[in-house]
Design a protein around this ligand. Structure first.
Ligand code: MG
Length: 381
């Protein structure tokens, strides 16, 4: 180990943010670091904390499947690079360390969005002073060891739960990770195995790791919440007219990047607004070829999955504004179609239709518009 005198006064500090897990325990069909908590994803909240800390740069360790999306989310942040993870957490950390040699490495779980910049800095300062700084909190639970069916109690006063960030002198942690550690899930343990003595820093109880759906639910807004959405699309020749997932016979259809189902677009924005999440323009950008010609009902499925984390959809009400065709005969089919995807009964979905008395872009047949509102109720059970 280097002596204190050899450590540089203003060290080059690199964050290693580990996001290569699949997050299977959360029950999401995407990596939990990509989940929105309000207007920002988990990984953006992590990057915000590091941007406000003394770390000078960061490397995000991710899987190839998540690379494009993480790159996009990380683009506004300065000095952030990406590298691929490995089969285990230890291999992922090792890849991250190798990618960015520095003086002090701060290793952090991508699924801990609530670590404060002050905690990150306290870990960095400890590493500069003493070689390491490990965020840890006193155990509030009494911990039992169960071995071969025999239960024994551990003295709670001596127990700490380690968290991340964990900061280390780079050469030491790199040396430790070059040893055998593939079963390790904690960087301090790897450091210990290499013969070093980790130094604990007082962690934060709010610095939870998002592991299961319950952790996500705790972070969603509470109470009954209303939402509103609006959309308009141009009518054009040579496209089918699809409203609420139902194809309506007409000589024109709506123009757009997806199937341009204006009613579903308004409903999705109503749901997202009630949940406090970004709108469909952010979630499904029309610059993304994955959404070219896609059925809006598939996008609705994804929106429903996102908003029903911590919420239940109580009801949806929508108005379609069209001069033609007459929609009265299709309303029931549209309500049933939407209700099936929303996971609620058809009597909780109300759709009405109106003309605009031949006025404006709707009245002259150039476009169809829709607005929707909804109510979400708390479902933290
Ligand atoms: Mg639209």
């Amino acid at each position: 180990m280097k002596s204190n005198a050899e450590r540089p006064a203003s060290p080059d500090v690199c964050a290693i943010i580990v996001c290569a897990g699949k997050g299977e325990r959360t029950g999401l069909n995407y990596n939990k670091v990509l989940h929105y908590l309000g207007q920002k994803t988990v990984i953006e909240l992590v990057l915000d904390a590091f941007a406000a800390s003394d770390a000078s740069r960061a490397v995000i360790v991710c899987s190839p499947e998540d690379e494009a999306r993480i790159k996009e989310l990380a683009a506004p942040y300065k000095d952030v690079s990406l590298c691929y993870g490995g089969a285990t957490r230890a291999q992922s950390v090792r890849n991250g360390l190798r990618a960015q040699p520095c003086d002090v490495a701060v290793i952090h779980d991508g699924a801990r969005p609530f670590a404060s910049p002050a905690l990150i800095n306290a870990c960095i300062r400890s590493a500069v002073r003493s070689g390491s700084g490990i965020a840890a909190v006193k155990s509030v639970d009494t911990v039992k060891r169960v071995k071969n069916g025999k239960v024994s109690s551990l003295p709670r006063a001596e127990l700490y739960n380690t968290q991340t960030p964990q900061a280390f002198a780079y050469a030491d942690i790199m040396h430790a990770y070059d040893g055998a550690c593939d079963g390790c899930t904690d960087d301090a343990e790897v450091y210990e195995l290499a013969g070093f003595s980790p130094v604990l820093v007082e962690g934060e109880y709010s610095n939870v790791k998002i592991t299961n759906v319950g952790d996500l639910v705790k972070s969603t807004p509470v109470g009954a919440r209303v939402g509103i959405g609006f959309d308009v699309h141009r009518l054009t020749d040579g496209r089918p007219l699809i409203l609420g997932g139902v194809t309506i016979p007409y000589n024109k259809g709506l123009d757009g990047h997806s199937d341009a189902d204006v009613l579903v677009h308004a409903v999705m924005d109503a749901l997202l607004s009630a949940a406090g999440l970004p709108d469909i323009g952010v979630l499904f950008p029309d610059t993304d070829d994955r959404y070219l010609g896609v059925s809006s009902m598939l996008l609705l499925d994804e929106v429903v999955a996102r908003v029903t984390v911590g919420h239940r959809i109580n009801n949806v009400s929508a108005v379609v504004m069209a001069q033609a065709p007459k929609l009265a005969g299709f309303i029931d089919a549209i309500r049933k179609s939407l209700a099936a995807r929303l996971g609620i009964s058809a009597d909780s979905v109300n759709v009405s239709a109106t003309t605009t008395e031949h006025m404006g872009i709707i009245g002259n047949g150039a476009a169809i518009a829709a607005s929707a509102s909804c109510m979400l109720t708390e479902n933290h059970g």
